[in-house]
Design a protein around this ligand. Structure first.
Ligand code: ZN
Length: 685
């Protein structure tokens, strides 16, 4: 399972113009490319660096597998488009060329010709006539395997077969079709089932093979394509050494073997051995065994995922796309979470919550924070910011799972949003922007830590209260509880005492960004006329609007200015905080009430507070926010360019250092990967 960006710390807005690293790169269509910094790489030992070096090679070698999994013509199309793009004979200007360039950049981004998120096929902005012209101009001929496999009229070039794939909207419409009532296998363009196989056939095939009553069932079908043999019977073509995708998997295995001597521990060598054995045999019991070893290894500084992992790309949810990430623990960030966990009892006993609702003995959770070193396959360029694996139900039940958040990617998203102009548009004045620039990053991280390590774990239900009593309001209340715990304590002197903040000003940056997001900027993700549905978004609206209403109420009674309010400057609405310390008291009050609702299982109160504060949107304000956002021309989807790793070797060929370079641009990276990490023929049957 994976957590996508856009739900938590990535919303924070501030600015940091002193950061010389360029987090943003080109934009095309609905995509913006970002870069991430591999923080702390230089401080790793040579052994760890060498381990990462070999593993990142293994991570890049599976790229072709994903292209082929995403559609049977993708590798042929990539070859054709790249040949045109790099040919000296093609004129690199004009509207048609620009549209062609955008199409190719999208093809690289999606590892195929369907949108990476929406799954719909790209609509080319260039004409078929223009493409044919270029093909004639360069005298394009496909690789031999494509010519052999193509079904075209005698005398015609094999690439004729690709024209309807590009230009006919009715051909391969959706990569994954989930529409109820359709034959999902027949109508999905992904390449997990050979053409002509129906959903019913595929379902029957796997139903017959499901062993009855196996308490530890393997994830059947996850590492194969279902095809028809010469007699029309269904059979699996397993992805393994000597099987389908064998040439790619062999090269991956070779690099896993090179990495093995540099593993962090003997236990991690066993993990690599099991993975290699599984890649060689395709045996899913071996895969489960590998997963158990992997999830139990929480000590190794360097860690990795490499293999067939997530099944979002298969309409039946069986077959797993290939992905890889190499990463290492961020000890500083992890130390921060340990400091909070160690003081969990103090936080619990000193919270503004009624003593009846407090835990007597409180144990914090120290979440592992990692930095990504490379992204590959289905995690590249579009990626997750958190990962929880393995996916096998029985392994999770009997052995648990490993959960990580990817610190440097979250950081890169936040930095990119800072340069986006959001802050200039929505933050009220320069002093507030300065405050956010100075403390924004630190307080985002701390708020997330408090939320995850302490907030969710704090408090208790009264005896006899059912944990599900709040029903559909449960997750909003739970998220509000954790967020409020974080907000309340960010402003506590204890944070200074623990050395987690430099002074008692820092928390204000988070208070401002939280209120601005909850009241204004998070609305940009909602369509005009719709209401707020998602639990995290509801929780933020609830907290921000409740605090503002409470401040207004108190101000009215006392005849003073409210601690926080919405003000107009010209036609634009802004959040203005007049008294941060007073705002904190409202967060405390609300935390006590939210905890009471949770502890008592008070469904009526949960419903009332969520419905009153966090669902409806003022249409006039919404329209204003959407218009201001639109003028910034931001891309809704983002992906990452990888750094380039180079091994420095001595005369004997031993690695003496590994260096990093961040200057490669998007096109260059994609073309280099196609050249250096092409592991498969363009047709794989
Ligand atoms: Zn949460």
């Amino acid at each position: 399972m994976m957590l996508l960006a856009g739900s938590s710390a990535t919303d924070a807005l501030a600015q940091n113009e002193h950061d010389a690293f360029h987090y943003t790169d080109i934009q095309f269509h609905d995509i913006q490319m970002l870069r991430y910094k591999v923080e702390g790489f230089e401080q790793l030992t040579l052994k760890e660096k060498t381990f990462i070096y070999y593993l990142q090679e293994a991570a890049l070698l599976g790229r072709d597998i994903l292209f082929d999994q995403n559609g049977r013509y993708n590798l042929r199309l990539r070859h054709m488009f790249e040949t045109i793009y790099t040919s000296d004979k093609v004129e690199k200007k004009g509207k048609e060329f620009e549209a062609f360039q955008t199409y190719l950049r999208r093809l690289w981004f999606s590892s195929g010709i369907h949108h990476h998120y929406g799954c719909e096929k790209f609509v080319p902005g260039f004409s078929e006539a223009w493409l044919r012209q270029q093909l004639a101009l360069i005298g394009y001929a496909e690789p031999a395997e494509a010519q052999a496999a193509a079904h075209v009229e005698a005398g015609k070039p094999s690439w004729e077969e690709l024209m309807p794939v590009i230009f006919d909207p009715s051909v391969m419409q959706m990569r994954v079709n989930q529409k109820d009532g359709d034959d999902l296998v027949l109508t999905s363009a992904s390449n997990y089932y050979a053409p002509g196989i129906t959903q019913q056939e595929a379902e029957e095939f796997y139903a017959q093979r499901k062993p009855a009553g196996d308490p530890r069932p393997v994830m059947m079908g996850m590492n194969s394509r279902l095809v028809r043999d010469e007699f029309g019977q269904l059979e699996e073509r397993v992805w393994r050494v000597g099987g389908l995708y064998g040439p790619a998997i062999e090269r991956i295995v070779a690099y896993l073997e090179k990495a093995r001597p540099y593993a962090c521990s003997a236990e991690q060598q066993i993990i690599l051995d099991r993975l290699i054995e599984y890649y060689r045999t395709g045996d899913l019991r071996t895969f489960d065994n590998y997963c158990i070893h992997w999830l139990r290894d929480t000590q190794s500084r360097v860690d990795f995922v490499n293999g067939f992992t997530e099944s979002y790309g298969d309409p039946m949810g069986l077959k797993a796309s290939w992905e890889s990430i190499v990463n290492f623990r961020d000890d500083e960030a992890t130390a921060r979470t340990v400091k909070l966990s160690d003081n969990a009892d103090w936080f619990e006993q000193n919270s503004p919550v009624d003593n009846r609702f407090k835990k007597e003995k409180c144990r914090g959770v120290s979440a592992k924070v990692i930095n990504a070193a490379i992204l590959g396959g289905d995690l590249y360029p579009s990626t997750a910011i958190g990962i929880n694996l393995p996916n096998s139900d029985w392994v999770r039940r009997d052995f648990g799972s490993k959960s990580v958040t990817i610190g440097n990617l979250t950081h890169a998203y936040a930095q990119a949003s800072r340069g986006s102009g959001m802050d200039r548009e929505f933050v009220i004045d320069q002093p507030t922007r300065d405050l956010m620039a100075k403390y924004g990053d630190l307080c985002d991280d701390l708020h997330t830590d408090l939320h995850e390590c302490l907030g969710h774990g704090s408090g208790r239900l009264l005896p006899g209260v059912d944990g599900d009593s709040l029903r559909s309001y449960g997750s909003t209340i739970e998220e509000a509880r954790a967020d409020l715990f974080g907000l309340y304590y960010l402003a506590d002197p204890k944070m200074l005492e623990l050395g987690l903040v430099p002074d008692m000003e820092a928390y204000k940056s988070q208070y401002y960004s939280y209120m601005m997001n909850g009241l204004l900027t998070q609305l940009v993700r909602i369509q005009p006329g719709a209401s707020i549905e998602e639990a995290h978004m509801r929780n933020r609206a609830l907290i921000a609007r409740w605090a503002m209403a409470r401040a207004a109420e108190v101000a009215k009674a006392k005849g003073t200015k409210p601690a926080v309010e919405l003000v107009k400057k010209g036609k634009k609405t802004y959040v203005q905080v007049n008294d941060y310390a007073e705002l904190r008291t409202y967060f405390g009050e609300l935390l006590a009430e939210i905890q009471r609702i949770k502890s008592e299982g008070d469904y009526a109160a949960a419903r009332a507070i969520v419905e009153n504060y966090s669902v409806q949107i003022d249409p006039t304000l919404h329209k204003e926010i959407l218009q201001r956002y639109e003028r910034l021309h931001l891309s809704p989807y983002k992906g990452f360019i990888n750094p380039v790793y180079t091994a420095v070797r001595d005369a004997q060929g031993n690695i003496t250092d590994v260096t990093l370079d961040y200057t490669e641009d998007y096109d260059a990276q994609m073309l280099r990967y196609s050249k250096d990490y092409s592991t498969l023929p363009v047709v794989n049957e």
